[in-house]
Design a binder for this molecule. Structure first.
Ligand code: APR
Length: 228
């Protein structure tokens, strides 16, 4: 029986692929008002502005490539049962080859109807503002905005509950419910956190690897194979 690894990743894992994080200096929320471009109220107030914001991010994603951290995580599937639970809406884990990914906050390459019951994969192409879904509602980015439910939360919790090893990587653990997921890890599981900066989390169970994602995953990979 392969040991189960659950990855809890955030924007920091994509930083070395050239994609901005949110709360670091120079992060996305320094140039945009998160309520204006990443909340359901912002969408209702100015859907065209929100649509343009995601078109810009989709265009940038086209130029980005998965980095060594994404690739190591995908390669771990050879010897471990790996589930990736990511807050990232980019497709870098997917392109790196991970086969079991839960996109907790949605997917940048998809658009959906108002009720999110119908999605279309548009890749890195812009969504033309005003395009209607088959049910007549305005197509919108398939993103979980602030003020919206997190439909895949229960799936994510059930994955963490059965983990032998949890790896938190590249997230400031600022946003709930994603930030509380690691707390569902079984008592006898191992929890690692890879981040070059201090993350305020109160848990003595976490072993902090103070490195950037690509270096941290390289170091942790050795530790994981020592557990085999
Ligand atoms: N390697 C690893 N971690 C890094 C790197 C790197 N090269 N560079 C930065 N980090 C770390 C930062 O220290 C920080 O702890 O990544 C984390 C990024 O934190 P945030 O910018 O807050 O991103 P995240 O935690 O993913 O944000 C969560 O907030 O705005 C919402 O929906 C959005 O999913 C996002 C959520």
């Amino acid at each position: 029986m392969k040991k189960k690894i659950v990855i809890l990743s955030g924007a920091g894992i994509s930083a070395e692929s050239g994609i901005k994080t949110f709360r670091d200096s120079g992060g996305l929320w320094e140039s945009y008002d998160v309520q204006e471009v990443a909340s359901i109220d912002g969408w209702y107030a100015n859907p065209q502005l929100v649509n343009d914001f995601y078109n810009e991010r989709r265009k940038q994603l086209k130029e980005a490539e998965p980095n060594q951290a994404h690739r190591i995580i995908a390669e771990l599937e050879r010897d471990f049962d790996v589930t990736v639970i990511t807050q990232n809406v980019d497709d870098l884990h997917d392109r790196a080859g991970s086969s079991h990914i839960i996109h907790l906050h949605g997917e940048l390459c998809k658009i959906c109807n108002e009720s999110k019951s119908y999605t279309v994969d548009i890749g890195y192409e812009p969504l033309e503002y005003g395009r209607l879904a088959p049910d007549g509602t305005l197509f919108r980015p398939f993103i979980v905005w602030f003020g919206e439910a997190v439909p895949l939360l229960l799936d994510a919790i059930n994955e963490v509950k059965t983990a032998d090893i949890v790896i938190i990587i590249g997230t400031s653990l600022n946003v709930y419910p994603a930030a509380s997921l690691f707390e569902y890890a079984p008592r006898n599981s191992l929890i690692y956190l890879i981040d070059p900066n201090e993350v305020s989390v109160s848990s003595s169970r976490i072993e902090w690897i103070k490195e950037k994602a690509t270096v941290g995953m390289e170091l942790l990979k050795t530790k994981l194979y020592d557990l085999l």
